[in-house]
Write a protein that binds this ligand. Structure first.
Ligand code: GLN
Length: 500
């Protein structure tokens, strides 16, 4: 330490001090540069969406930036799925959310809202050729697409006999309508009108505009200290004309008057807590989760059976003597193994009908058929490799021996190679089954109410993310443990030594 005198210590102190300040994100003046993490779901144009450079933009984004400037804080936008925003605020992983969230009495029990910053309402969208649906009452017994966890979804729940399909975002629900898979969409009017007017979705029209009157608010965790700061900024941009400018920019109109207070202020929290409440919530969710588990099992079994048939064929073709045939099977495996299952589901369910429509004929997919098709095409690629490896693992001497005993090559495969190879394939097939069982949660995206989506729907209703997702995990675990048990039994049963 020789030579590390006063100046050395001073330098060390300054460096450590600065690093600490940088790491903790603190600054010298606490009112300047306080950064709020603000959640939004950037799939709700013109309010919040991703621009061509991948940055969030829209009315809410401009407004939030103006509020931050007026109230002297910084914004760090975070993209969170709409139905995850309230759980994120409850968990305080974000400080606020500006995501076209309607101020409702129920939500106001769990989070706090700023004063209203936009007046909106729901509208019904149908295809232009639909003469039957003209108002809310004519939605009875119809197929309706909604975005999960929204006021539109709540409104749809009250329609007698309606078949409701829930999607992760409003654009997907509208695409469903354009593709002819549902009869109507209930969604926020400005968003539906914007999608139609920009020409992004063709052949849609709006009936019964402003079915409801709703106000959007900026949400914060319950009684957050930042609420006053946000309200202060909002008051300033409303009074200094910035709000009108932003409104003009996005809606080409003058803004309506907005109330000065949130319609449901100071709602007492939903806040029951404690182990008994949690257990009660889980128990109440169980019947719905079990229904979802049945759908999950149905999807898995159907897809595995079809995948097994397809995969065995492709696996055998992979061993063909003709190079071009081998190449086709190889390309299949590479494609389905090398692209995300989620992309394949989207391509099949949304892509195929859209292409068919461009070509001039209507063709729509039943979600079960689309889900099973995507899952089995995908699992066939993996199963093909399992089958190929299984067959190749049998020593060539065996084939030679059976052929010298006079068996044909088909007989050799059937009686000698395949039975032994199949035994070796059971453990990797078990793995594939379990992966597939978990992957079925991806088809929730096409509006399938399997186990995971059932959980999401319950959370969208009661905002108890932890309890419900823990219960969902337990049900998945039971299913996978039972399947791995079944595969171990099958393995033991197929082993002639153990069986005897
Ligand atoms: N305003 C609707 C709601 O609060 C939808 C908001 C959204 O999808 N971003 O439920």
């Amino acid at each position: 330490m020789a030579g590390f005198g006063f100046v050395g210590w001073l330098r060390l102190f300054v460096v450590v001090g600065w690093s600490f300040l940088l790491l903790t994100g603190c600054s010298v003046n606490p009112s300047v540069g306080k950064t709020l993490r603000v959640a939004n779901e950037p799939a709700f144009p013109p309010f919040e969406f991703l621009g061509s450079e991948g940055k969030s933009q829209g009315f809410s984004i401009d407004l939030m930036n103006a509020i931050a400037q007026a109230a002297n804080f910084k914004v760090d936008f975070q993209s969170v799925p709409f139905d995850g925003i309230i759980p994120a605020l409850q968990a305080k992983t974000v400080d606020a959310a500006i995501s076209s969230m309607t101020i409702t009495e129920e939500r106001a029990k769990t989070v706090s809202f700023s004063r209203p910053y936009f007046k909106a309402g729901l509208a019904i969208a149908v295809r232009t050729d639909n003469q039957e649906i003209t108002n809310f009452d004519s939605l009875k017994n119809k197929r309706i697409a909604v975005q999960i966890g929204t006021t539109g979804a709540k409104k749809a729940q009250g329609i007698p006999g309606a078949q409701i399909r829930s999607f992760d975002s409003a654009p997907i629900a509208l695409q469903e309508l354009a593709n002819g898979n549902v009869d109507a969409v209930i969604n926020d009017a400005p968003v539906t009108l914007y999608a139609i007017s920009t020409g992004n979705l063709k052949g849609l029209k709006v009936v019964e505009q402003l079915l409801t009157e709703e106000y959007y608010g900026i949400a914060t965790p319950k009684n957050s200290v930042n609420l006053a700061l946000i309200n202060d900024g909002l008051n300033r941009v409303l009074s200094n004309g910035t709000y009108s400018q932003i409104y003009q920019k996005w809606f080409k109109a003058d803004p309506p008057n907005l109330p000065a207070k949130s319609p449901f202020e100071n709602q007492s929290g939903a806040g029951e807590s404690g182990i008994f409440t949690s257990v009660g919530i889980i128990l109440r969710s169980f019947p719905a989760l079990l229904q979802g588990a049945l759908v999950t099992l149905q999807l898995t079994v159907l897809s595995v059976v079809l995948g097994l048939v397809g995969g065995s064929l492709i696996g055998i073709i992979r061993l063909s003597r003709t190079k071009s045939v081998r190449w086709v099977a190889r390309a299949y495996v590479d494609f389905f193994r090398g692209t995300p299952l989620l992309v394949q589901i989207f391509m099949i369910y949304f892509g195929l009908p859209a292409i068919a429509q461009e070509l001039g004929f209507t063709f729509s997919f039943n979600p079960l058929a689309a889900g099973v098709l995507a899952l089995s095409l995908n699992s066939a690629a993996y199963i093909a490799e399992i089958v190929r490896a299984g067959i190749q693992s049998i020593e060539p001497g065996q084939a030679e021996a059976s052929q010298s005993l006079g068996l044909s090559s088909v007989q050799t495969m059937r009686y000698v190679i395949f039975p032994q190879a199949f035994r070796r394939m059971i453990p990797p097939l078990g793995n594939e089954f379990i992966s597939l069982l978990k992957d079925t949660s991806l088809v929730a995206i096409i509006g399938f109410q399997e186990l995971f989506r059932k959980g999401q729907l319950i959370v969208a209703d009661n905002y108890r993310a932890f309890e419900i997702y823990a219960a969902v995990a337990v049900v998945y675990l039971c299913l996978t443990l039972l399947s791995s048990q079944a595969f171990s039994r099958l393995e033991a049963w197929m082993n002639p030594v153990k069986r005897s």
